[in-house]
Design a protein. Structure first.
Length: 417
């Protein structure tokens, strides 16, 4: 049991042990839990919650009590404290700042008869690696797409690379701000998921107060890094952030629109790279990106539905899909991926490719590898062997790594030989 937990006991072992609810049994703060649940209730949630906050503490408390309904079964509890509740040597008394409502429900959930008014215990300082994990640094690899315009145009000078690097850092900071905010809004859905329940905020490894600070701080830092790239890039960054907010608050719950939005966010990274380096995107590249990213977005939903089916659920938590939609989503993933290969094949056979590649025929191998990789990815997802994010899967999967290495080699051969 953590040293910060106040408790009392007698030599006879019959005195009640007083355990604080917040910072003791619960690895979170109830008001913060209620705040983010109320804040994430559609487009009106942020407006009404912030309006209540502006009216004062009591108004905010009343608003949260009316609009936030927490489920005691899904809240993040300290496993050591939960295990200690069953000790037969003394009864347990729970202390809470507001010993009614959800606090009473939590006590009932754990079979604690007595709850009294008391202060919360200090929360433990989170580990640095858990805070870093909350930023999802593995997702930063998606932002490498800002380098794609300069690579596709074979414009590899130092000034262009420096501009793309600034764009990359800016997008990483802003994207982490979005991930933190999204995790705060998705607490209930994440806790209902067998793997997402281990995310730092959902599990209680990082206090929600950290997220409340990190989200705006990362956004401001990303804007500061973007400033040297000019107003056009800042405008693209702002549109990206606005689109992700639209996705987080509403569109991720609407079928088809959500995967289109996910594909669009990938493409916006490419547009940002084009704006930062002032290299226009070709129609071929945009068409290829549209279909390959639509395929990846559908794979992500396919993986969620396969997981839901295995758990006996009828729908994907927090999304607009039912398990019965799985065949259609799989078809979208496969067909979109195949169309991207078709676009690549048409590009290889176009006059444009001769201007950039000495040996365009080498790019036909890229088409073959992509066809194999897309088919295998969808098949593995169908078998339930896909990670929640296909990008993370591709980074860890040895076959995918080999495929990407072969693709890179073919492109280099086509350009240099």
């Amino acid at each position: 049991m953590p040293d910060t937990l106040p408790q009392t006991s007698s030599p006879r072992g019959d005195a009640p042990r007083v355990i604080p609810l917040e910072g003791g049994l619960l690895r979170s703060r109830l008001r913060q839990e209620q705040f983010w649940q109320a804040f994430g209730q559609g487009w009106t949630g942020p407006l009404t919650t912030l309006a209540a906050l502006a009216r004062g503490r009591q108004a905010l408390r009343d608003h949260l009590d009316r609009h936030a309904t927490l489920d005691p079964a899904t809240l993040p509890y300290d496993p050591d404290v939960v295990a200690d509740l069953g000790r037969p040597d003394a009864p347990v008394t729970l202390s809470a700042k507001y010993p009614e409502g959800i606090a009473r429900q939590i006590a009932d959930h754990h079979g604690i008869a007595t709850i009294i008014e008391g202060k919360a215990a200090p929360q433990a300082t989170p580990r640095k690696r858990d805070v870093l994990r909350a930023l999802r640094p593995h997702q930063w690899l998606k932002n490498l797409l800002v380098f794609l315009p300069m690579l596709a145009a074979h414009q590899l000078d130092a000034a262009t690379f420096a501009a793309a690097l600034l764009a990359f850092v800016s997008f990483c900071l802003v994207a982490s701000s979005v991930y933190v905010l999204n995790d705060l809004l998705d607490l209930a859905a994440d806790r209902a998921h067998p793997r997402k329940c281990n995310r730092p905020f959902a599990s209680g490894a990082v206090p929600l107060s950290y997220g409340s600070v990190l989200a705006p701080a990362l956004l401001i830092a990303g804007g500061a890094v973007a400033a040297p790239l000019g107003p056009a890039f800042i405008a693209v960054l702002a549109i990206y952030y606005g689109a992700t907010m639209l996705y987080s608050f509403s569109l991720k719950r609407h079928m088809v629109i959500d995967i289109c939005m996910l594909a669009g966010l990938y493409i916006m990274r490419m547009i940002a790279g084009s704006t930062a380096t002032q290299i226009p995107l070709s129609v071929w590249l945009l068409a290829f990106a549209l279909f390959i990213f639509l395929s990846l977005a559908a794979v992500k939903r396919q993986a969620e539905l396969v997981d839901a089916a295995r758990r006996g659920a009828l729908a994907s938590s927090g999304r607009g899909y039912q398990v019965a939609d799985l065949p259609i989503i799989s078809m979208i993933a496969l067909c979109s991926g195949y169309v991207s290969v078709l676009v690549m094949a048409l590009y290889v056979n176009s006059p444009n490719v001769v201007e950039l590649y000495a040996q365009p025929a080498a790019l036909w191998a890229v088409c073959a590898v992509l066809l194999y990789w897309i088919t295998r990815t969808v098949l593995l997802t169908h078998r339930g062997q896909m990670h929640d994010d296909p990008v993370v899967f591709a980074l860890r999967d040895r076959i995918s790594q080999i495929c990407f290495a072969v693709i890179a080699g073919c492109v280099l051969i086509g350009a240099l030989v």
